[in-house]
Design a protein around this ligand. Sequence first.
Ligand SMILES: [Zn+2]
Length: 165
Amino acid sequence: MDTFCPEKQTCPVCGSSFHCQIHAYYGRRIIDFICGVPVTTEVTVLRLACQSCGHTHAVLPDLIIPYSSYSLFFILRVLAEAFLHISSLERLCERFCITRNQLYRWKQLFQQHKREWLGILEDSETSGMDFLLMLAIKPDYSSFAMDFTKQTAYSFLQSHRNPSG
Ligand SMILES: [Zn+2]
């Protein structure tokens, strides 16, 4: 975020560049996994206003998934442990304070986005854990996140569509 330059952002609504200005900062609560326990923390999110069309939009750091109260890291950690069968499902859900249903939904979403990103053929040859490791060793997660959003029109592991218009 240090090199972030609001003036150079492209407006996601009207697509015009060089018209965004800082509108506001706000605190966003997010559940992260720190030192082995789920922790609710507050992250500062920058909101930009487009001078061209008047819409405002949030600039979310990579660890925030739109509409998700859980951080990206939290979800990837849960999935990694689930894929590796480190403990029983009951134990896993208990430790992360999540329901089985939540875990199931994340798994589904992950598999779905993995398939969309890799394509059917490569997807069938790549396990969930392999894909997680691919993401983990990427030197620049941001560029993957941006490419993914460009390709699918939503963020990686985002479960709800962006409101249109
Ligand atoms: Zn605009």
